[in-house]
Design a binder for this molecule. Sequence first.
Ligand SMILES: [Zn+2]
Length: 88
Amino acid sequence: MITHSSLEDGFAGLQKLHQLISSKEIQLAGNRKLRIYGTLTCSSGKRMKKENRVFFSSEEEAIEMGYRCCRNCWCRQKKNNDKKTVEL
Ligand SMILES: [Zn+2]
């Protein structure tokens, strides 16, 4: 699990984030306060505060940390296609 606040502010942090996403070290985003995880493109994820945002490399990792899937995106996608990968 990677917390968003552990990344640098501004462009350097953003660059690092994109690097982690392209290397598949980050595949899911979560809310630390609500203990919910979802896709990186989730609209409810975009609204959350940076200090509450965390990133996971896999669904297993998120579940292991005690997070449950976001109702807005992930569960619905899973129902339709269990093997669907996260699209950016
Ligand atoms: Zn969602």
